[in-house]
Design a protein. Structure first.
Length: 186
């Protein structure tokens, strides 16, 4: 559960789509201004708030005795700050909530990439996305029981080649630019 909403100075695993994406858009520019500390926008809505408020209860419902929650990993040289929702010594659990009525279609690539970066940063090379479908009432009442029929765990296989050939080259450029407080030359 994220307590500090300051997103400047570091890249998180949830920033992966921006790190590997198109650096020439207005959306990317706005994101970069946040990273270098000029723009302090913070965005929440009922869906993100529900996800945050349900996260620990979903993790607790898994019944894992050695589960650690809210671990943070810093890789200073890469300006990478990764927050794990939950992990055991051998497996990461990344919680994602969605609207049960709409169903969980296909796992979005940005979620898989986020977990790839979590595995890279933590050295824990097994992971699951824990998808939990929220009913309409769950958005207003965070104390309802966990319904295990609405919970699924999607394994994510570590892709070292993607980390080394796609992610890290771009992250290194951005980390250098972030340290200097400049836009990358693209």
């Amino acid at each position: 559960m994220i307590a500090d909403h300051d997103r400047s100075g570091y890249f998180g695993a949830s920033d992966t789509d921006k790190v590997i994406g198109n650096w020439k858009t207005k959306t990317w520019e706005k994101w970069w201004l946040q990273k270098i500390g000029i723009n302090q926008d913070h965005f929440d809505n009922r869906y993100t708030l529900a996800g945050t408020n349900w996260e620990h209860r979903i993790l607790d419902s898994l019944g894992l005795p050695d589960l650690e929650k809210d671990r943070q990993i810093l890789l200073e040289d890469l300006r990478l700050r990764v927050n794990l929702d939950g992990n055991t010594p051998y497996r990461i659990k990344e919680v994602k909530t969605y609207q049960w009525a709409k169903g969980w279609q296909k796992t979005p690539p940005k979620y898989i990439n986020q977990v790839q970066v979590q595995m890279f940063a933590s050295g824990i090379y097994e992971a699951d996305i824990v998808a939990y479908g929220l009913e309409e009432a769950d958005y207003d009442n965070f104390l309802r029981d966990i319904d295990h029929r609405r919970l699924q765990q999607i394994p994510v296989v570590y892709d070292r080649k993607w980390i080394e050939t796609v992610y890290l080259p771009k992250l290194r450029i951005l980390a250098d630019c972030l340290k200097r407080g400049v836009f990358p030359n693209v």
